[in-house]
Structures are given as structure tokens and as C-alpha cells.
Design a protein around this ligand. Structure first.
Ligand SMILES: [Zn+2]
Ligand SMILES: [Zn+2]
Length: 69
């Protein structure tokens, strides 16, 4: 199944991992092997959401909120 990778922050938010060269374009769907070979690069109808790594810090929106308060 095709998937989107996230970083899980200590504030509990899942933030999609930025893709180099694609900053600001939102989460990037990673095409799985099946889709690549069986569907000619078209993604699966369902998307899996995976935690790729855990961060010891808060996500950017939470950090900014804290700075403002
Ligand atoms: Zn897929
Ligand atoms: Zn957060």
C-alpha cells in the first residue's frame, strides 16, 4: 500500500516529512512497489500513514504557539 511518512513529535502531532526539493508542497505520497509495477505508477486507493521517526521536540506550529504566548 502506498504511504506517507510522518515524524511523531512529543506534543502528539504527526507532521509529514518534508521531501527534499519539494518543500511547501505538502505531504508526499510514496508509491509502493505494487503500484509502481502493477498500476504504472498510480497510487493505491487507500493510503497508509506511517511514523518514520519520533522527535524529542515539538512540531513547528506548537513551537510558534509557545513563542507567541
Ligand atoms: Zn500502493
Ligand atoms: Zn505539535
Amino acid at each position: 500500500m502506498c504511504y506517507i511518512l510522518y515524524t511523531l513529535h512529543i506534543c502528539g502531532h504527526w507532521i509529514p516529512q518534508p521531501t527534499p526539493g519539494n518543500a511547501g508542497n505538502g505531504p508526499v505520497l510514496r508509491i509502493c512497489k505494487e503500484s509502481e509495477t502493477m498500476r504504472l505508477g498510480r497510487p493505491c486507493p487507500d493510503t497508509e500513514h506511517k511514523v518514520a521517526n519520533r522527535s524529542q521536540g515539538m512540531c513547528d506550529p506548537c513551537l510558534w504557539k509557545r513563542v507567541k504566548e
